[in-house]
Design a binder for this molecule. Sequence first.
Ligand code: ADP
Ligand code: MG
Length: 247
Amino acid sequence: MTDLRYARPEQRPATPEPVAIPIVETRELSRDYEMPGGAVHALADINLRIGRGQLVALRGRSGSGKTTFLSLIGALDRPTHGSVSVDGLAVSEVPEGKLIDFRRRNIGFVFQAFGLMPILSAAENVEVPLRLVRAEPRERDRRVRELLELVGLGDRINHRPHELSGGEQQRVAVARALANRPSLLLADEPTGQLDSQTGRAIMVLLQHLIKTEGVTAIVATHDPTLIDLADRVIELGDGRVVSDSGA
Ligand code: ADP
Ligand code: MG
């Protein structure tokens, strides 16, 4: 359509280059815990931009702030100071009521202890997030089957969690986290309960999913053998970034 503010096309200002919005951007992100013995600075002044389509490893000793960082990005917790945006939305400022739907549709979570519902089959576990957003039954079935095949469990769809190995349970949890095609996958020590070979297979799977599902994954891990699979390694120490291969 003609822009009536400009008499001639050559007077129109040049269209600005589209600016890629980072999937995650933090500004002075900080989280203190007030404790009887004084404040604990779990996270202090984190400034990071994370691009799309990457496998980012978040490393650091126990207590360095990894879980706190993932909780703030996933809007499960609020910063004491600073802000965090996910996909351009300032999640640290959005009221809780609006966050529930945003989280369901845009962020997938994977935890160390798998967190599957014990009475549900693999397929039913993967289906839960699809039910929460009221996906059509036929689309639910299609997506569940597609995801379980994607994680290599096409022949385990009716197994309950206790009928699966630890590595298989974590694959179900990864499939569940991806159900609603989130733009961001947050995994907190997802290989912590697995032997090193199985843990590596999970990381290789995540690497593959970034390409096939177009998701960005941030994975907290203190397993040094998994670090080489990451596109970027961010190391935390005492709540601060001590090194960043992508800086
Ligand atoms: P990591 O996941 O790297 O092990 P955390 O993010 O869990 O580290 O913890 C970072 C720091 O914050 C630690 O010193 C921890 O003791 C403290 N911390 C975490 N959660 C709480 C809490 N709910 N109350 C008080 N201190 C906490
Ligand atoms: Mg932790």
